[in-house]
Write a protein that binds this ligand. Structure first.
Ligand SMILES: *Cc1c(COP(=O)(O)O)cnc(C)c1O
Length: 377
C-alpha cells in the first residue's frame, strides 16, 4: 500500500480540455469571459442564486462583505471560535469587535440558544459556518431572528457548495453567502470562491468593491464613459483561466459528489462498531448533502497518538481548526468573555480522515482496518 494522501485535488478530463480550449482561443485569461459567465448561468439555474460574484477565494468573498458593511470599532461580529482563520480576520481588519460562539458536540456548530444569548445592541453581523457542508437545524429561524433584529446574516458556505437546508440550497439564507473553490474543497479552481448577495441593498456598492473599487461595471451599460475610483476595493476577481478549469466541475457536480458519498458511506459502514463508542461520526443529515468531509470526534484525548499511528501506517489524517479564541491573534477579542466549554473540550479530539475523488474503496477498507486495529487491540 502506498502512502494515502489526505487530499488529492480533483482533475476531471473535461477541465483539462476546457483549459486547453481557452488557451488555444487566444481570449484573455483574466476575467470576466465566457467561462465566468457560463458558471454564473449554471449556478443560477441549478441553485436559483441571483447576484453571483466569482472571486479568487472564499476569503476574498468574506472581505468584500466586510468592506460593504461599513463596520465601526464598537460593532460586534459574532462567529464560532471553531472555524477557519479568515472567517474572522476578514472582519477583524475593519477594526470591529469579534465575539465567539461555543459549539455543540454533535455537529461542532453553535446552539441557537447560545447565538441568541450573545446578541447585544452592538451586534451588526452573525456568521454561521456550515461546517463539513452541514447546516445547523435552525437556519430559517436564525434568518428570521436576524431580520427582526436588523442583523446581517452571513453564511460561510466555504465547504457547503451543493448542500441544502430544507428545500433551499445553503447560500440562500444569508444576506451574503461565501463559497470556496480551494483545491481542498469538493470542486475547485486551485484557489477560487463565490459571493452570493441576497440582500439587494448592497449590490451597487459590491459591484464597485469587487472590481478594485472602480465603477467599471457601469461602462458595460453605458452609464459612464470612463471608469474611475469610487470605493475602497481590491483585486477580488476570479481569472478566466481558473474559471475554465472550474466550469466542467460545476456542470457535473452531482456526479462528482456521488463518488464522495459512496466513499463516505463505506467508512461509516466499516467503522460502525466503533462509532458512538470510540468516536463519533456525524453521518446523519436530513437534507441533501455534499459529503465534504469525514470528521470523527475521538472520545478520549488520544489524538496525537492516533495520528502518529495512522502516519506510521502511511495514512495522512489531519486535525481540523485550532480554536480562534485561543490563537495568539484571536484571543484578544476574548478577554473577560465566558469560557467556550465545548470548544475547549472537543476540538482537540477532532480528526479528518482522507476523503477525495481519487481515493479507492480498497484504501477506505485499509484505513478502516487500521483504525479498528488501533482501538481493538
Ligand atoms: C476553506 C474555508 C475558508 C477559506 O476558503 P478560501 O477559498 O481558501 O479562502 C473559509 N471558511 C471555511 C469554513 C473554510 O472551510
Amino acid at each position: 500500500m502506498k502512502e494515502i494522501k489526505f487530499n488529492i485535488p480533483l482533475q476531471i478530463k473535461e477541465s483539462i480540455n476546457n483549459v486547453k480550449k481557452l488557451l488555444k482561443s487566444g481570449e484573455p485569461l483574466h476575467g470576466p469571459g465566457k467561462n465566468i459567465l457560463e458558471i454564473k448561468k449554471e449556478v443560477e439555474n441549478k441553485f436559483n442564486f441571483k447576484n453571483i460574484f466569482l472571486t479568487n477565494s472564499c476569503t476574498s468573498a468574506l472581505e468584500i462583505c466586510a468592506l460593504a458593511l461599513n463596520l465601526k470599532p464598537e460593532h460586534e461580529v459574532l462567529l464560532p471560535s471553531f472555524t477557519f482563520i479568515t472567517t474572522a480576520s476578514s472582519f477583524a481588519r475593519t477594526g470591529c469587535k469579534l465575539r465567539y460562539f461555543d459549539i455543540e458536540k454533535a455537529k461542532l456548530m453553535p446552539k441557537f440558544e447560545d447565538i441568541k444569548k450573545k446578541i447585544t445592541r452592538q451586534t451588526k453581523v452573525i456568521i454561521i459556518v456550515h461546517y463539513q457542508g452541514y447546516s445547523v437545524d435552525y437556519l430559517d429561524s436564525l434568518q428570521q431572528l436576524c431580520k427582526q433584529k436588523k442583523i446581517i446574516l452571513i453564511e460561510d458556505a466555504a465547504q457547503a457548495f451543493g448542500s441544502f437546508f430544507k428545500k433551499k440550497p445553503l447560500g440562500s439564507y444569508g444576506d451574503f453567502s461565501c463559497f470556496s473553490f480551494h483545491e481542498t474543497k469538493n470542486i475547485h479552481s486551485g484557489t477560487g470562491g463565490m459571493l452570493v448577495v441576497n440582500n439587494k441593498k448592497f449590490i451597487n456598492k459590491i459591484n464597485f468593491i469587487f472590481d478594485k473599487g472602480t465603477n467599471r461595471n457601469l461602462m458595460g451599460t453605458n452609464k459612464v464613459k470612463y471608469y474611475t475610483w469610487v470605493e475602497i476595493g481590491s483585486a477580488f476577481l476570479m481569472t478566466e483561466l481558473s474559471a475554465s478549469f472550474l466550469l466542467p466541475q460545476i456542470k457535473d457536480y452531482k456526479k462528482i459528489f456521488i463518488k464522495r458519498s459512496n466513499l463516505f458511506m463505506k467508512y461509516v459502514e466499516n467503522l460502525k462498531e466503533l462509532n458512538n463508542k470510540n468516536f463519533i461520526i456525524t453521518n446523519k443529515y436530513k437534507y441533501k448533502y455534499n459529503f465534504h468531509a469525514l470528521v470523527i470526534i475521538l472520545e478520549k484525548n488520544i489524538r496525537d497518538s492516533f495520528l502518529r499511528y495512522l502516519k506510521k501506517n502511511k495514512i495522512n489524517a489531519v486535525i481540523s481548526y485550532m480554536p480562534l479564541h485561543k490563537s495568539s491573534f484571536g484571543k484578544k477579542f476574548h478577554k473577560n468573555q465566558k469560557k467556550l466549554i465545548n470548544t475547549d473540550l472537543y476540538v482537540k479530539n477532532v480528526v479528518r480522515l482522507p476523503l477525495h475523488n481519487s481515493l479507492t474503496f480498497k484504501e477506505v477498507n485499509y484505513i478502516s482496518e487500521k483504525i479498528k486495529n488501533y482501538f481493538i487491540k
